[in-house]
Design a protein around this ligand. Structure first.
Ligand code: SAM
Length: 433
C-alpha cells in the first residue's frame, strides 16, 4: 500500500510541477518521507531519518521536506513541532494535495499540515495511471472498519471507502492498454469492497474480479489484503471459476487461539478460519497460502501459542509474515496488561518463523521439475543477465530469456529451489500469452 502511495505522490508532483525522481539527494529540491505506523519500530525510524536530513536541508536555501503516510496521519502537527526542518505533513488520504501544501508553506514560511480524510476525493484528483512494467497495483478501497484491538490503521487511514466500480474498471483498462498484464487489487481490507455500480447496485470483490478478468489484456489478477471475516463463498467460487485469479491467497489470521482472537477483536474463531481454508482448497487444490501472525499479544500463554502452531500445521501455509506484538497508542490493546516477557516473545517468534521456513522450503522443493506460466517482469536483480518473473503462486523465478520477453507470459520449468527464489529454464521458445 505504501509503495502504491509513494508512486502516486511522484505522479502528482510530476503532473503539477514537473518534479522528477532522483536517487541522488544532492540533486533534489524536495525530500519526501512516506511513513508506516503499524509497528513501533517503523515509527521510531521516522525521527532518526529526519534527523539525518538536517544537513541536506540547510545546505541549499529553498529545499523542502514533506512527511506523509500513517505516522504523519497520527502525529499531525507534532511532527513539524518536534522536527523543525519539516515543511509539509500530509496523510494517506491527502497525498493528492501535496503540490498545494508545498506552495502554501513557501508562501507562509510556516509548516503546512493536512491529515484529514476527504474520502474518495483523492482518487478523483490523481493523474491518469501510468504503466511502469507489466504489473500494476490498482487501489480499489481505502481504510479499514474492522477495528482489530491491536491495529492503528482505522485511525490513520480512516474507515473503509470503496472506489466506484466504473472508476476501477476504467483504470484497469487504461493500464491494460499501456501493456499491463497483471493487476493487484489493493486495499487494507479488499474483501470489504462494496463499489457503487452505475445501476445503483453495489459490486463486491468477487464480482469485481470477474469484471476485471473480462478486460482485454489482463491475464492475471491478484488482491491484497483480506480479512478472514469477509472471505466469503463468492470469493471461494471465484477461485473455482476464474482462471485469471492467481493461485495465491494472503489471508492474515494473526493467532490460532480463540481466546487471543477474541482479545484481538478478529470476530472469528480458528475453526471458522480453517473451514474457509478447507473449502478454498476444495475449490483450488494447489493454491499457495500465506498469512500474518502476531506473537506475544498481551497475556498470550504457552497454550495459546501452541494453538497458533497447530493452526499453522493444519493450514500448511507456504509463507507468512510474522511480528512480535507492538503496542500502538490509541488502540484498545495498548491498555491490556502484558505479562509476557520480551525473551519469551522473541523465542516464540523464532519458533514460528523456523516452522514457516520449513514449510516454505518443502513447498518450493515440490515445485522443482514442474512447468508453470510465468509473467516476465524485469531483468533479475542479481545483474547476471537473467530475467525474473513470478509464478501464479507469487514465487519469483530467475531464468535465461531474451530481454524483449518482458511483459509476456512464458512457460518456465523450475530447476532449483533457493531460499528466497527459484531458478528455472524456458520450457519452450514461444510465449504462451
Ligand atoms: N487487514 C489485514 C488483517 O488484519 O487481516 C492486515 C493489514 S495490517 C496493516 C498488516 C499486518 O501488520 C497485520 O496483519 C498484522 O500481522 C501486523 N500488525 C498490525 N498491527 C500490529 C501490531 N500492533 N503489532 C504487531 N504487528 C501488527
Amino acid at each position: 500500500m505504501n509503495e502504491y502511495d509513494s508512486a502516486k505522490m511522484a505522479d502528482v508532483l510530476a503532473a503539477s510541477d514537473g518534479y522528477q525522481r532522483t536517487t541522488e539527494p544532492d540533486e533534489a529540491d524536495l525530500l519526501l518521507l512516506n511513513t508506516c505506523s503499524v509497528r513501533e519500530k517503523a515509527q521510531e525510524k521516522v525521527f532518526s531519518e529526519l534527523g539525518r536530513w538536517r544537513e541536506w536541508k540547510t545546505a541549499r536555501p529553498g529545499r523542502q521536506v514533506a512527511v506523509g503516510g500513517c505516522v504523519a496521519s497520527q502525529e499531525g502537527e507534532a511532527i513539524a513541532r518536534r522536527e523543525q526542518l519539516v515543511d509539509v505533513v500530509f496523510g494517506p488520504q491527502t497525498l493528492h494535495r501535496l503540490p498545494q501544501l508545498l506552495d502554501a508553506t513557501r508562501a507562509s514560511g510556516r509548516p503546512a499540515v493536512d491529515v484529514s480524510f476527504p474520502e474518495i476525493e483523492k482518487f478523483d484528483r490523481l493523474p491518469e495511471p501510468r504503466a511502469d512494467g507489466p504489473t500494476a497495483f490498482v487501489s480499489i478501497m481505502e481504510g479499514c472498519s474492522k477495528y482489530c484491538s491491536f491495529c492503528v490503521v482505522p485511525y490513520t487511514r480512516g474507515e473503509e471507502v470503496s472506489r466506484p466500480l466504473h472508476d476501477v474498471l476504467v483504470e484497469c483498462a487504461q493500464l491494460a492498454a499501456s501493456g499491463v498484464r497483471e493487476v493487484t487489487l489493493l486495499g487494507q481490507n479488499v474483501n470489504g469492497y462494496r463499489g457503487a455500480a452505475g445501476d445503483g447496485s453495489t459490486c463486491d470483490l468477487a464480482l469485481l474480479i470477474h469484471y476485471v478478468a473480462r478486460i482485454e489484456g489482463i491475464e492475471r489478477i491478484r488482491f491484497t489484503t483480506s480479512h478472514p471475516l469477509e472471505f466469503d463463498d463468492g470469493l471461494i467460487e471465484a477461485f473455482a471459476d476464474e482462471p485469471k485469479l492467481a493461485n495465491y491467497l494472503h489471508l492474515p489470521v494473526q493467532s490460532g487461539s480463540d481466546r487471543v482472537l477474541k482479545l484481538m477483536k478478529r470476530n472469528h474463531t480458528a475453526g471458522v478460519y480453517l473451514d474457509k481454508i478447507r473449502r478454498l482448497r476444495a475449490a483450488r487444490p494447489d493454491i499457495a497460502l500465506s498469512s500474518d501472525f502476531i506473537v506475544g499479544f498481551p497475556g498470550e500463554t504457552d497454550d495459546d501459542f501452541r494453538a497458533t502452531m497447530d493452526l499453522i500445521a493444519e493450514a500448511r501455509f507456504d509463507s507468512a509474515f510474522s511480528f512480535v506484538y507492538s503496542p500502538r497508542p490509541g488502540t484498545p490493546a495498548a491498555n491490556l496488561r502484558d505479562g509476557v516477557p520480551p525473551a519469551v516473545k522473541q523465542e516464540r517468534l523464532s519458533i514460528l518463523q523456523n516452522r514457516i521456513r520449513q514449510l516454505s522450503d518443502e513447498y518450493c522443493r515440490g515445485l522443482v521439475g514442474g512447468t508453470f506460466p510465468v509473467l516476465v517482469e524485469r531483468p533479475s536483480r542479481r545483474g547476471d543477465g537473467q530475467m525474473a518473473g513470478r509464478l501464479s503462486n507469487n514465487r519469483w523465478v530467475n531464468f535465461d530469456a531474451p530481454a524483449d520477453a518482458v511483459g509476456r507470459f512464458v512457460d518456465v520449468t523450475v530447476t532449483e529451489a533457493l531460499s528466497n527464489s527459484l531458478r528455472g529454464r524456458l520450457a519452450e521458445a514461444g510465449a504462451t500469452a
